[in-house]
Write a protein of this length. Sequence first.
Length: 256
Amino acid sequence: MTTDLPVADRWFKAKPAGLGVTMLTEPYVEFFFQSNVWHVRGRDRDLVVDTGNGIGDLRGELRPFTEIRPVVAVVTHGHFDHVGGLHAFDERVCHRLEAADVGDPFPLPAFRADYPDWFELEIRQYGYEVPETTVRAWPPGGFDRGRFGARPSTPTRLVEEADLIELGDRVFEVLHLPGHTAGSIGLWEEATGVLFSGDTVYVVDALEVSDKEAFAGSLRRLRELPVEVVHAGHNASFGRPELHRLIDSELARLDT
Ligand SMILES: [Zn+2]
Ligand SMILES: [Zn+2]
């Protein structure tokens, strides 16, 4: 078993994404498990969209911003790679249909030896090799093998379609986008055309879908929005032409 990995200086990599949005990623996590965390600066409070795998200290990473303003953390759905760091925030938001998963996320193990069979299978189904370790470096400050990835979180607010997340000078509307999971949500800022899409749409070949019909409906709905930029749950951000291309190819795949 490989344990002689280097220790990372800093767990998250931050990159400006325009309009007061910062993208945070976990570069030492194996690619299959990597997800995006988004920080949005507001006048009265900040917004965090999704919270990564819970391996490194996201709350600590954001402290320079959040010492100034309170922060509300919203998860787009309850998958382990999005809810991992949620527990450390004072305001924890998800759709009511995701509360059970947020409260009991899959505890991503550090070592392949501890992966359940279904998990190995899922990685292979996506076309990836199963890695021996989940990360390529250990997080700073050490870790506990028995408590590595996502921790359970209790939401402080459950949201529904059309609820608002207010930051003072900016406001995000909750879009209920069932399909990837029953309670998947997007956050939509009408004033700027910024959409946080979670796992409903991102640049990848094949998405995991729990309800095809609902998923197709959610995609058609996103196609009607005057979107300028999509900040997704995984991989790079993109504009409206790419959004339409992804939606059209996904709708075609769902029909087969
Ligand atoms: Zn997901
Ligand atoms: Zn995801």
